[in-house]
Every structure is written in C-alpha cells, then in structure tokens.
Design a protein. Structure first.
Length: 348
C-alpha cells in the first residue's frame, strides 16, 4: 500500500511529469537557464529542476536539498536502528519517547489525516503490505487469519502525541508507525524549502510522481500529466497547468498490482480490512504541502469519491481533488479545474 511503503520500493511515477517544455525555446533564452538533477533516494527517483537567471548557479542549493532528503531518510527509516521512527516502534507499549521537531511535525500531520479520514489513512498501518507479493502473480494472497493477526495492531487512536513535550507513545506492544504514505511528499517539501532559502523562485521537485512546484517556467505554467488508470504507461487522462505554489500527488491502483482470478489486487489497501480498496482507480490531490497531498491522496482513494470529497470540504478546504472511481467515472472538487486549467485527453 502506497501509504505505508516507506520500507522502500521503487515505484514508477503516479503522475507523469509532462514538462513538455523541458528544453523549451523562447524568445529570451539568455535570460534564464534550466538545471536538472536527479538522484535515487527513498526507493525512487528524486528530481529537481530549477529556472534561474543565467548569472546564478543553483548547484549548491540543489546539492543541499538532496542532502536534506538523505538526512530525513536517516531519521525516518523504520529499519535503521538509529532512526527516530525505529526507536519509537521499539518502545511500543512502553514509555513515550521524545522526537526531533521535524519528525514530530510530520507524524502529527499523518496522525491528523488518520483522524480526519476515520482511519482510511492510518499511520500505524505497517506490515500488512508485506503479506502481498506483487512481483509473483502466482504467490498466495494473505488469509483472513494472517490479516486478522496484523490488523489487531492497526489503530491510530493508540498513538499518543504530546505537542508540548514533542513525545510520542504507541500504547500497544508490537504496534508500529510507518511514514511511507507521507514520506515522498515530505521529501519534496524539505527540498523546496532549501531552494527557497537560496532565493530560487522557480522550481519543481518530483519524488516518484509526488511533486512540489514553485513559480513557473520562465513565465509559463508547469504542465503535469495525470496517467490514465486503465491505459498504457504514458497515456494520459488529463493535463494540468500549474502556476501556483502548490504540491500535487496521485495515488493509483495501476502502479503495483497483479490480476488474480480476474480481480485486480493492488497495493493501496484499506486499513480496516487489509484488502485492496476498490472505490477508486486514481486520486490526484492539490495541497499546500507535499506531505499533506501525499497522505490525502491515499485517504481519499480508500474513502471513495463521495466520502473523500466531503472529508476535504470539512477538514481541508484549501485542497482540491480529481477522483476516478472504480468505473473510471470522474469526480472533482469545486476549484480543481480553475486551479489547474485541466484539459482532459480524449480517451475514447
């Protein structure tokens, strides 16, 4: 499941960057330069693209942004014994432990989304995904008994956070948190913060399809393509034009899946059942931060269009969504088209 996969997997982008003007030609070529750099981090490809004046060199800012992501990974990887998340999980059922401010902040955001989505996104949902093998189409699916054994440890309400002390406590032994459902978006946030601190006003950070954008491409909007969930890789459902400082994330059932007896078994699992959610095929979220967009994309996917949009209206009115339900029917929030100038691609 996307949201709890910080235990690293390599994923293809859920949003295909249609930066069709990467090598754009314009009338004022000498006024800016484009810098593209990519690194394999967090189990995916993280790319940073900047537009700066021809006199500025963004290389040091980009290098620092990548270094920040590496440090984030060290603090949040649940398998590394020195990470804050590992130490929190190791203390499950015991006393609270103090967390670094940035880890506490993202854990608090993940916990909030867990609450507001009534557990459709659950930050304590760890281990269930390991019961599924998407690389082997003949691998057995988990039994009800196996799922029940793991699901008894899934309950965001048993994660207690103390904002004053910056402490966290898992109330039951063997419970775990995993920031995988929020980590890629979070990485785009911290990288963009570094670029902004260096005075870079026009940039895009893309972590495996989750992205944060700032400014524009020499006066033109960023173009982002949304993959059609039932067509071949690269065939788009829509193209978005982004001129805002905003983050975009997509959850789709086409990234990691297998077909079993004619049914699609995919990685976005319902935390209440441990089974693949079938209410959506794809959800694209616009949000003020990458971490929030990442978590909400999963939450809305599991909730389905009606409940998901209602949750956004109540708790996250600053966010917008494009949802394709289980039959590829389109649902959108009120301001999505206005914010993106969405152009639907002919899919007939």
């Amino acid at each position: 499941m996307k949201r709890q996969r910080f235990i690293y997997r390599v994923v293809m982008p859920a949003i295909l960057l249609c930066l069709t003007a990467l090598m754009i030609s314009c009338q004022n070529q000498d006024s800016f330069k484009v810098t593209n750099r990519s690194r394999e981090l967090m189990g995916t490809t993280v790319s940073i693209q900047t537009f700066t004046s021809s006199q500025n060199d963004p290389e040091s800012a980009i290098a620092e942004a990548f270094e920040r992501i590496i440090n984030l990974e060290k603090q949040a990887h649940p398998k590394w014994k020195t990470s804050a998340v590992y130490l929190l999980n190791a203390s499950a059922g015991d006393e609270p432990i103090e967390l670094p401010p940035d880890i506490f902040a993202v854990l608090k955001l993940a916990h909030d989304v867990s609450q507001h989505s009534a557990g459709a996104f659950d930050v304590t949902f760890a281990g269930i995904g390991g019961l599924y093998n998407f690389s082997d189409p003949d691998a057995p699916l988990p039994t009800d008994e196996q799922l029940d054994e793991r699901l008894r440890l899934v309950d965001y309400q048993k994660l207690f956070l103390n904002e004053q002390a910056h402490t966290a406590q898992l109330l039951e032994t063997e419970m775990q948190v995993n920031l995988g459902g929020i980590a890629k978006g979070w990485a785009t946030d911290v990288a963009m913060q570094v670029l902004q601190a260096h005075g870079i006003d026009n940039a895009i950070v893309n972590a495996g399809g989750d992205m944060t954008v700032r400014g524009n491409k020499n006066g033109k909007p960023w173009r982002v393509g949304v993959q059609h969930p039932r067509r071949s890789r690269g065939e788009l459902y829509a193209v978005l034009q982004i001129s805002d400082d905003v983050s975009v994330a997509t959850s789709g059932d086409y990234e990691r899946y297998r077909i079993n007896n004619g049914k699609r078994i995919h990685h976005i699992l319902n935390p209440q059942t441990g089974r693949p959610s079938d209410r959506s095929q794809s959800v694209t979220i616009l949000a003020p931060s990458g971490a929030l967009a990442d978590a909400l994309a999963t939450a809305v996917f599991v909730m389905g269009p009606e409940e998901g949009l209602a949750m956004l209206r109540e708790y996250y009115p600053q966010c917008d969504a494009l949802i394709l339900d289980g039959q590829t029917r389109q649902y959108i929030s009120e301001n999505f088209i206005a914010r993106t100038n969405m152009q639907k691609v002919d899919s007939e």
